[in-house]
Design a protein around this ligand. Structure first.
Ligand SMILES: [Zn+2]
Ligand SMILES: [Zn+2]
Length: 134
């Protein structure tokens, strides 16, 4: 999974590059991810902050603290969610995988927070399901 990846927001104002590995790629069905993404779930993976480089658009980044110490960072122009960061895990960003432009050859590995999933969405794959975090 090590490689060089690039990504961007919907308007293209924010562009980033990531060099490194991804942690566990998950579907997150928690209410906050549902609200933040406007969808049934978020698709997030932890990345190493040291390998993450903003190429352009720093002035467009806005952060919303959705829980104490946890900020969800998005493009203030188009609203694309880009990543979250937590004060207690300063070495990591949780990347919103839908913003990647580089194809990847790995897939989500689990469903988290299924206890709060949207009632209109049925999980139809055989991946592990966790009521909250594993
Ligand atoms: Zn944007
Ligand atoms: Zn979540």
């Amino acid at each position: 999974m090590t490689g060089t990846y690039s990504g961007s927001c919907l308007c293209g104002g924010v562009r980033y590059e990531y060099r490194g590995d991804f942690g566990q790629f998950i579907y997150c069905h928690c209410v906050k991810c549902r609200k933040a993404q406007g969808t049934a779930f978020g698709t997030n993976a932890p990345v190493d902050v040291a390998g993450f480089k903003l190429l352009q658009g720093e002035a467009l980044l806005k952060a919303y603290e959705s829980s104490p110490g946890k900020q969800r960072v998005f493009c203030a122009n188009c609203g694309s969610p880009l990543y979250s960061r937590a004060a207690d895990k300063p070495g990591l960003l949780r990347l919103r995988m839908g913003t990647l432009d580089t194809p990847i050859d790995f897939k989500p590995q689990a469903h988290n927070f299924v206890a709060s999933k949207a009632e209109w969405y049925d999980i139809l794959d055989g991946l592990p399901q966790h009521a909250e975090r594993p």
